[in-house]
Design a binder for this molecule. Sequence first.
Ligand SMILES: [Zn+2]
Length: 282
Amino acid sequence: MKFNLNTAELFVPDGLPAEEALARTTHLCVAAHQDDIEIMAANPILACFQQPDQWFTGVVVTDGRGSPRDDLYKDYTDEDMRVVRFKEQKKAAVIGEYAAQVLLDYPSKAIKDGSNQQAVEDIVKLLQATRPRIVYTHNLADKHDTHVGVALKVIEAVRRLPQDEQPQQLYGCEVWRDLDWLTDADKVPFDCSAHENLQLALVSVFDSQICGGKRYDLATMGRRKAHATYFASHGTDVTTGLSFGMDLTPLIANPARDPGRYVLEFIQRFAQEATDRVQRLR
Ligand SMILES: [Zn+2]
């Protein structure tokens, strides 16, 4: 499979030919950085784990060259960091038994440039090769520019497909900002109760990002536990781990719908709920 950058990589943990490996995909996640998939898409990874008829494919759009580094990695060059982060992402693909792991290798600035179409073209190709039922990406209220840049490119790519080739669902998931603030009616809850050991392993292989004091492993597992407990104030917990998604499917159903206005509607419903409660109780 040819991508726009000839440094892009496609890794198949079980060694199947690329085309065959991609074609079995049912759940596809397109993320900005190495580790974002494992932070935001544990539910589909686990849903596909050891399932003969469900397969998870991960796509990481950026190159990892600008990653923060400390401790063991503090003297690594940008090129060294790219190598380490690619290696870590492939380790996760092995642990999670992904159908395939794609690394598109774009510099962040290409993704933060709304007019750059290269990644969109690659994502279109991948969507055509994988024909997933469900696509996961970053949510539109994330506070990291590259994350929102990826989400916009995914939306654009899906919109380019003929309607009968589009995924049934598109979800925006949480990394750099929880989605706990969404009204409960707007939350898409993803159960992350199963295989806590695997969940922890998946977020733990990214040593270059954790080493030096950013405990993404503990923070991610903690967020899932916190969401499980704080989701409903009455009754006992029905899950032991939960993450939240923002439904982006209406943006593909109606290509004229503006993503900026769409995210504002979620914020307005939240604002309404909070102000209504105060009015009601004073
Ligand atoms: Zn990221």
